[in-house]
Unconditional design. Structure first.
Length: 90
């Protein structure tokens, strides 16, 4: 978590890490719906790219056969996490 203070001593930005990203809490009227939409779109694009990359990797029989089982299981777990995060974004 990160907390930045504004010049008058109040909280300006607070960040909390969550799986798949960061939640930012802004003080007062600083919320910009357009910027929030752009950030969500960028996060959605990043997650989509990661899902596609892992699907391709796990679809490669050679990788699945040759890699240690714990590596393959880890990649499957990452894929499941990315898919859940993508679903939450809508």
């Amino acid at each position: 978590a990160r907390l930045e203070l504004s010049e008058n001593g109040g909280a300006a930005v607070a960040e909390v890490a969550v799986p798949g990203g960061v939640v930012e809490l802004l003080e007062g009227g600083d919320f910009d719906p357009g910027e929030a939409g752009r950030r969500i779109a960028a996060q959605r694009e990043k997650l989509t790219d990661e899902v596609q990359r892992l699907e391709k990797k796990l679809g490669n029989e050679r990788f699945v056969q040759r890699a240690p089982a714990e590596v393959v299981d880890g990649e499957r777990a990452k894929l499941a996490d990315y898919r859940r995060s993508l679903e939450r974004l809508g």
